[in-house]
Design a protein around this ligand. Structure first.
Ligand code: SF4
Ligand code: SF4
Length: 68
């Protein structure tokens, strides 16, 4: 089981992480950051994340941390 922590201030809404997650646990949210981008948020059930960290590896802005 994994846990995703997203720093929305680093997110630019490019959606590379949303396509990287095979379980579709990330989506563009309704909250925008100080740069005016709608940021990604976790949308899965508690415990659904495997902690594979593909999303974090794909993020060019290092906005995602994954804890196992
Ligand atoms: S760690 Fe893996 S399963 Fe969890 S949100 Fe990221 S890509 Fe999806
Ligand atoms: S890959 Fe990074 S910058 Fe792009 S939407 Fe995901 S968290 Fe935001």
């Amino acid at each position: 089981m994994g846990k995703v922590v997203i720093d929305i201030e680093y997110c630019k809404g490019c959606e590379l992480c949303t396509t990287a997650c095979v379980k579709k646990l990330l989506k563009i949210g309704t909250q925008f950051n100080k740069n005016g981008y709608y940021a990604v948020e976790y949308c899965g059930e508690e415990g659904a994340c495997t902690g594979c960290a593909l999303c974090a590896m794909m993020c060019p802005d290092v906005a995602i941390e994954v804890w196992k």
